[in-house]
Design a protein. Structure first.
Length: 255
């Protein structure tokens, strides 16, 4: 059995933003409360975490996660890896990311780059290469996440596929560099960072709607959401364009 759970669906600031008085940040709707983006993928008895930002400790506790087998990193921005120290209390975790992502991650850690594996000898950090868990193939898709200040951070999505389904998770990007890998997806989780976010490293809601029309997955879910639109308003907006949903923290699906 394969299932996914959204542990966090927010952008770098989360929602609410601590000093914002907008309607979304003051909303009482639980679906407008967003931790930084993170996903739990369950493949039978294996737990895979994709990204572990500053809210990771709370996400683990609130979702009663007791075991992590794999931790995948999409890119080395703090809102995606700023909670890495919480892996130190897990046993036998395999931390994986493509080579260029790991290089940037180590650079970000500075003098603490060896802290995790020194603190916990059972953890291994490996360069990602395609592999399978049971009959589920896992591979990367290369993305462009080019920020408006000129930074072009190495960034990837992850694709899970079997004879029965194909699922892709891509939370942060402004362009897909290996779009051919995304043909015939049953589910694509895509970037929903702002309604129109060209130039800020994100394709945003309208860009993902365009992608939905190009790739034609059976379903698309948007994550990495800002306080620009409430869950209710964003959901009403995207549903006009097809089988597209807005993710919320705690959302679960069986694949």
């Amino acid at each position: 059995m394969v299932s996914i759970e959204f542990l966090g669906t927010g952008t770098v600031m989360g929602v609410p933003i601590w000093n914002c008085e907008c309607d979304v940040c003051k909303s009482t709707d639980k679906k407008d409360k967003r931790y930084r983006s993170s996903l739990l993928v369950k493949i039978n008895d294996k737990n895979i975490i994709i990204d572990f930002g500053q809210d990771f400790r709370n996400q683990l506790i609130q979702n009663n996660i007791k075991k992590i087998d794999y931790a995948f990193l999409t890119h080395a921005h703090r809102d995606h890896c700023g909670g890495v120290e919480n892996l130190a209390t897990a046993e036998n975790v395999i931390f994986m990311a493509p080579k260029d992502v790991l290089e940037e991650f180590y650079e970000l850690q500075g003098s603490s780059k060896d802290w995790l594996t020194t603190r916990n000898k059972t953890i291994s950090i490996k360069e990602f290469s395609q592999f399978s868990i049971d009959d589920i193939k896992i591979e990367t898709v290369k993305l462009e996440h080019k920020k408006d200040w000129g930074a072009d951070v190495p960034c990837y999505g992850y694709i899970f596929s079997s004879d029965n389904f194909k699922f892709a998770y891509m939370s942060d990007f402004n362009r897909i560099l290996e779009i051919e890998k995304l043909k015939n997806c049953d589910l694509i989780v895509s970037d929903g960072n702002g309604l129109n976010n060209n130039g800020h490293g994100h394709i945003g809601i309208n860009g993902s709607i365009e992608l939905f029309n190009i790739l034609k997955p059976k379903k698309m879910i948007l994550t990495h959401l800002t306080h620009e639109m409430s869950y209710k308003d964003a959901s009403s907006y995207v549903k006009k364009y097809g089988n597209i949903d807005i993710a919320y923290d705690g959302m679960e699906l069986k694949l």
